[in-house]
Design a binder for this molecule. Structure first.
Ligand SMILES: Nc1ncnc2c1ncn2[C@@H]1O[C@H](COP(=O)(O)OP(=O)(O)O)[C@@H](O)[C@H]1O
Ligand SMILES: O=P(O)(O)OC[C@H]1O[C@H](OP(=O)(O)OP(=O)(O)O)[C@H](O)[C@@H]1O
Length: 182
């Protein structure tokens, strides 16, 4: 198997973090499928699975070449530790909760796959409200931002509009299929 990055993208509230966590549990016996942690310049919150870093810490990480990917969105900076690039070189599939804007600007490559997770606008709004991480204004801005990404090119599209288990199975199946694709 050749290593690759799998960027999981989609609107806020679609269920990226939740689907990835559930798929990770389904794939717990697969050492060749790695779920990357994200560093974000945002305080910790129960509704977000990331490693918080300060703006200063982020600059230091960036300056020392410790990040293999980074992007800006929603007033934050997001980064992925360079050690995951080594996993890809070793033949692993590394799954990243990524940004639609960032992925749209990357060159097409067999080492890069995009999974889009979506849900209805009503579900997005309801889930973001229920998660209670972002202010009402921020939720409105995040919903409005979706108009910019109506048509992102994805290798796999998961509509997370029923149970989490269904969507997680779809992501796990996509990953296991990809792992055997030459
Ligand atoms: N299939 C689902 N059914 C019901 N609630 C869901 C489902 N998927 C995710 N959620 C909930 O929606 C909220 C947003 O999910 P999250 O994984 O944080 O989305 P994202 O990372 O895409 O912003 C969370 O409260 C999560 O528990
Ligand atoms: O360019 P976009 O596709 O809009 O995405 C920008 C960033 O926002 C999301 O993370 P974040 O944890 O801030 O939000 P989310 O979990 O609500 O999607 C997503 O994972 C990206 O890292």
């Amino acid at each position: 198997m050749n290593g690759a990055w799998v960027f999981v993208c989609g609107p806020s509230g679609a269920g990226k973090d939740s689907v990835m966590a559930a798929a990770r549990a389904l794939l717990a016996d697969r050492a060749d499928i790695v779920f990357a942690r994200r560093m974000v310049t945002r305080p910790p919150h129960a509704g977000s699975d990331h490693d918080p870093v300060s703006g200063g810490e982020f600059q230091t990480l960036l300056g020392s070449g410790s990040l293999c990917w980074h992007w800006w969105a929603h007033g934050f900076v997001y980064g992925i530790d360079s050690r995951y690039a080594q996993d890809v070189l070793s033949g692993c599939l590394v799954v990243v909760n990524g940004s639609r804007a960032h992925v749209s600007n990357l060159p097409v490559s067999p080492q890069l796959r995009v999974v889009q997770i979506s849900a209805s606008p009503q579900q997005l709004a309801q889930r973001m409200t229920q998660r209670a991480r972002d202010s009402a204004d921020a939720v409105t801005r995040r919903l409005a931002r979706n108009a910019d990404f109506a048509d992102i090119a994805a290798d796999c599209h998961i509509v997370n509009d029923t149970t989490l288990a269904v969507a997680a199975r779809q992501l796990a199946d996509y990953m296991t299929t990809l792992a055997v694709t030459p």
